[in-house]
Design a protein around this ligand. Structure first.
Ligand SMILES: O=C(O)COP(=O)(O)O
Length: 227
């Protein structure tokens, strides 16, 4: 007898996976640093600080620039004012829209689990006209926990009807935070290699690695079959 299983959820990270947002983050960071007469950071420095959410970003910036700990809240607030609608320098990676369309057409429930705060996340998804493809969006401020804690990813799977303790489905991301989160959640990880990771691909745990979103639908099919 042929048993036809419903396609399992596919959850995506955002920064460094679907979008290259570091140029906008870099511009907003330097605008805030300028107010404090701190020399601008390079794009590479800022890229190296992204992945753990806005709080961790500013802890790392303060560590690198010597900004006082007491300034943290104001720095984050000042950054968020600028960052909220900053999409001018952000780009979707090639073939992202097409790959998401193919997966949605094949019936995969799609979601986002990012450490980026929800406000800017929704703005950028709207900006690129892809918001409607995602049935759930979990941001870095949606829950008290952030990736690599499994809680946000579990919540995303649960919202798509999966078992929240032992979800079946796949997570697609680019960073060490995403790799660890997938492992903590117990789901296969598909690694996009053109994002913001610092570790060589061979040293990261993944079900498959890819550098072109055109190949993603096939990888999802293979990974979902064993998830
Ligand atoms: O905002 C960040 O630091 C990273 O966000 P991400 O989880 O989408 O990579």
């Amino acid at each position: 007898m042929n048993v036809c299983l419903a396609p399992r959820p596919v959850i995506f990270d955002l920064d460094g996976t679907l979008i290259d947002s570091v140029p906008d983050i870099h511009a907003c960071v330097n605008a805030v640093l300028r107010l404090h007469n701190i020399r601008p950071l390079t794009l590479d420095q800022v890229r190296g600080f992204v992945g753990g959410g806005v709080d961790l970003l500013w802890q790392k910036i303060s560590g690198a620039t010597g900004l006082p700990r007491e300034a943290h809240r104001d720095l984050v607030a000042s950054f968020m004012t600028r960052y909220h609608g900053a999409t001018n320098l952000t780009r979707l990676y090639p073939h992202v829209t097409e790959a998401l369309g193919v997966l949605a057409d094949r019936g995969y429930p799609l979601g986002i689990c990012t450490n980026k705060p929800l406000g800017p996340t929704q703005k950028v998804l709207d900006h690129f006209g892809i918001a409607q493809l995602f049935r759930v969006v979990i941001g870095g401020d949606s829950l008290p926990q952030r990736k690599p804690d499994p809680a946000p990813l579990r919540a995303a799977f649960a919202a798509l009807g999966a078992d929240s303790e032992q979800p079946r489905g796949v997570y697609v991301g680019d960073s060490e935070f995403d790799e660890e989160c997938a492992r903590n959640t117990g789901v296969p990880f598909l690694l996009f290699t053109r994002g913001y990771r610092k570790t060589p691909v061979e040293q990261m745990t993944h079900q498959a690695a890819f550098d072109d979103f055109a190949t993603l639908p096939l990888l999802v099919e293979e990974a979902a079959a064993i998830a």
